[in-house]
Design a protein around this ligand. Sequence first.
Ligand SMILES: [Zn+2]
Length: 282
Amino acid sequence: MPELPEVEITARRLDEALAGATIESALAPGINALKTFDPPLEALAGRTIAGVRRIGKHLAVDVSGDLVVLAHLMSAGRMQLYDKRAGPRDRTSRLLVRIEGGRELRLREFGTKQAAWVKLLAAGAVDSEEVIASLGPEAWPDPPADLRPLLDAPRPLHTLLRDQRVIAGIGRSWVDEILWTAKLSPFKRGNDLAEDEAAVLREAIVTTLDATLEHYERVVKLPIPDKLPLPLRVHRKAGEPCPRCGATIEAVHYEDYVMCYCPGEQTGGKILKDRRLSRLLK
Ligand SMILES: [Zn+2]
């Protein structure tokens, strides 16, 4: 589940390794992950990679001649740099960018869903691209000083913070960690946030993502592992003691994800209804 810190460390590592490299050719094999046709992928041949950066949860590869390869890894995609080229049987490949000298930048996707996508855009068209134009402000490194105007809606914080149009970069893993750090209930409404709570939340966003990136800077090297070592304290920790107060971490199961929280510090001792359990008990 690559979110802001995972995409950021991927961009940094790829940038270090690829800036200045020349592209030999590019292709998008199998079911088409490539969502654009003009300019064509062949336009990348012979061009130089200027750098790799992150926009929200997207990766952007800047290429000479004012081209940008914009990619979204969705939940199961990974952008990796390999010393050797993929064989024809590698069914996980969605985009192959062959680098002069034998290396290959490869977007792979695991599992059955094919959701990761790539667009080749003119540099000037990136900001007006719908998925980019609709992004809220970046969650890191410097989110807006006062989050209240941003979160001023009768929706739970857990939903608001994951909405890329509200704030860009946070997903299912880091929202749990951020709300736990801020000691705020995942179900507190955005428009119920007091000034001091909004300040604590902003601080929690910055410190949580900062600490995660510092961790990745220490431990993530090329080749970037398929599974990054997420330094989680509450997410995926249901049933374990809260590392701060010792209360048992509780979970609410949704169809495709699990929300974790500390009832001792976030919900005033209240255990939130687990929809999966209540459905099973009916
Ligand atoms: Zn706790």
